[in-house]
Each structure stands twice: as C-alpha cells, then as structure tokens.
Design a protein around this ligand. Structure first.
Ligand SMILES: C[S@@+](CC[C@H](N)C(=O)[O-])C[C@H]1O[C@@H](n2cnc3c(N)ncnc32)[C@H](O)[C@@H]1O
Length: 201
C-alpha cells in the first residue's frame, strides 16, 4: 500500500500567507503594514495631527496606515520610484521619484518640520545577499540624512535595513554612528530575512 506523505509547510511561508490574507481582507496593498503597526504599538511614532514623511511608500500600505493615524488634521508625504495605485485621503501628498537623486518637486517637500520619517525603502534584489545588504544600507543612510535634516526635535525615525549575511548588527551600528540616540534596535518579525528596523528618537 502506498503511504501518502504530508508535506510540512515552512512556518515562514505560513506567516507570510496569514498576513497576506489579512492585508487583503483589510484592504491594505501590502502586508508590510503589520510591521509598522507593531512598531507603532511599541513606540507611538505617529501621532494625531502629525506630519509624516514616508520614503519608499509604494504600493501604499504604510501611507494609508500613517494617514489613518494622523487623521485629516495631519499630513503624510509619500515618495517612491513607483506609482502608488490605491486611493488615499486628501491629506496625503504623493511624489514619484528617486530619494538618491531628488528632483525639484521632491527637494521642495523635503523641508524641516516632520514629526516622523519612516522608510521602508528596499533595493531591487540581485540574489547576492551582501550586495543587497550594502544597497539597503545606502538607502537607509540616505533616509537617515533626510531625517536628521528635517525632523522636528524629538521626532521619530523608523527605517528598514536588510540584514548583512555576515555581520547581522551592521545596519544598527551604522545607524548608531549617524544618530544622536538610538532608542531601540529591533528585529521585527517580517516573514523573511529582511526584517531589521531601528527607531531613533
Ligand atoms: C517594501 S516596498 C515599500 C512598501 C510600502 N512601505 C508599503 O507598505 O506599501 C520598498 C519600496 O522602496 C522603493 N524604493 C527603492 N529605492 C528607492 C529610491 N531610491 N527612492 C524611492 N523609493 C525607493 C521601491 O520602489 C519600493 O516600492
């Protein structure tokens, strides 16, 4: 008699499937929103009436969630290489462009006065983990430079960094070199290996 082998599912995929289904149900275009929700629960980085700069905002999950948190009395500016296809409230202003080579429209919105700068920017992956980690770090440093120049005193910075395959703490240390105070270095559950976030006050 032939026995049927039950295939054991990878728990990482189960995590991803669960959050993908939930995002769909809650009308968020990406499951990455749950990372930001977890950070928000722990650190309250976005407040009602706040001004938020969302770097690498497409397809728009973080932007939508940030806009819910600020409410119409606040402002969320989202920037990405790609176009955001979802409908967003009127207090969201979207710009398409490259943070590493800002055009005049981006340069104009990059002014002081943000309560939070959040960056989920990620490079297109090459399959070479060290190359991807270096590119991610480059994006992270660009986001941090913007945050330092344009955050209000006491503002918050949240940034995704791909883990370096050899030196897992590299991203957090790089942030520490640039930042006045790293309030928390945390590894967010992300369902894949790219889950490093740091929050800086
Ligand atoms: C993981 S996705 C962001 C998901 C988004 N936070 C959401 O919740 O819907 C990463 C984004 O970073 C953007 N990105 C990568 N490099 C960028 C750059 N140099 N300037 C602007 N955006 C960039 C990509 O186009 C991509 O849309």
């Amino acid at each position: 008699m032939r026995t049927r082998r039950t295939k054991k599912r990878n728990p990482r995929n189960q995590w991803a499937d669960h959050y993908t289904r939930r995002a769909k149900k809650e009308a968020f275009p990406a499951r990455s929103v749950y990372k930001l929700q977890e950070i928000q629960k722990r650190f309250r980085v976005i407040r009602k009436g706040g001004r938020v700069l969302d770097l690498g905002c497409a397809p728009g999950s973080w932007t939508r969630y940030a806009a819910e948190l600020t409410g119409p009395g606040g402002k969320v500016i989202g920037i990405d290489l790609k176009k955001v296809g979802i409908a967003l409230p009127a207090h969201v202003h979207l710009l398409q462009g490259d943070i590493l080579a800002p055009d005049a429209a981006i340069a104009e919105v990059l002014a002081p006065g943000f309560d939070a700068v959040i960056s989920d920017m990620a490079p297109a992956t090459t399959g070479h983990r060290d190359v991807d980690a270096a590119r991610s770090l480059n994006l992270c440093e660009a986001a941090l430079t913007i945050a330092r120049a344009h955050l209000k005193p006491g503002g918050h910075f949240v940034c995704k960094i791909f883990q370096d395959p050899v030196d897992k703490a590299l991203g957090i240390r790089a942030l520490e070199n640039f930042a006045d105070e790293v309030a928390a270095g945390l590894q967010m559950r992300s369902g894949n290996r790219q889950g490093g976030f740091a929050q800086i006050k």
